[in-house]
Write a protein that binds this ligand. Sequence first.
Ligand code: CMP
Length: 236
Amino acid sequence: MQTTGGNDVTLEFLKSVPLFKDAPARALELAASVLTRREFPPQTTVFQEGDAGEALYIIVSGLVKLSKVDLGGHEKTLALLQSPEFFGEMALIGNASRSATALTLAPTEALLLYADDFKRLMESFPTVSLNLTATLAERLRGMDDEAQILSYKDAQGRVAYVLLRLHETGVAEPDEHGVPQVLLTHQELASLAGTSRETVTRALKALEGEGVIRTRTREILLTDPEGLAEILHEIR
Ligand code: CMP
């Protein structure tokens, strides 16, 4: 990244961040002057559910899992986020504690926006506030869809849904032949689908039997996303 006024954040990158979509140049310049860059090795807990919130995080590269654990110890993954998405804004709104735990799944670089600077940007630039509201609405819509799907689909449908979401959000990146691949463990998929690891393993076998995916160790190839969607919507 290029250096901008003593701060190595490019304005071009900030323009791609949903929080700063169509924001005036002054907002981007102010953000660039206050953001702090941090690097996290894989499997680092960035913060834990219940912690006090000090900053929000804009992902420059890498992959971050946001999850919650219930009293029985079951983990539910709420989202897997990558660049240029951001997280950690909820605790800064109304000074609440962290609503979920953030863990890096890959080497991750992030830009931290501290609470006071975040509030100043929101107060000074309505576009930034509207962008934040739009992101929260989009997440709520996603959770509504997921609640509906996960409440009545069988294991195969739930796993098909999770694989398709990973495809749509770009977490399933193309392999050398252009086939989207999911590089997650069965346990991680179980946490996304709200089911057990054993159930995920069985569902993946069934989906492979249908010819819509191919599995290898720690790797699932989405060979037929349309077929997966047909299974999800029970039209096949
Ligand atoms: P915060 O509560 O500060 O810390 C946990 C963060 O997880 C939260 O802010 C959001 O940024 C993020 N988060 C919580 N729920 C979701 C969700 N359903 N989708 C995407 N991100 C989420």
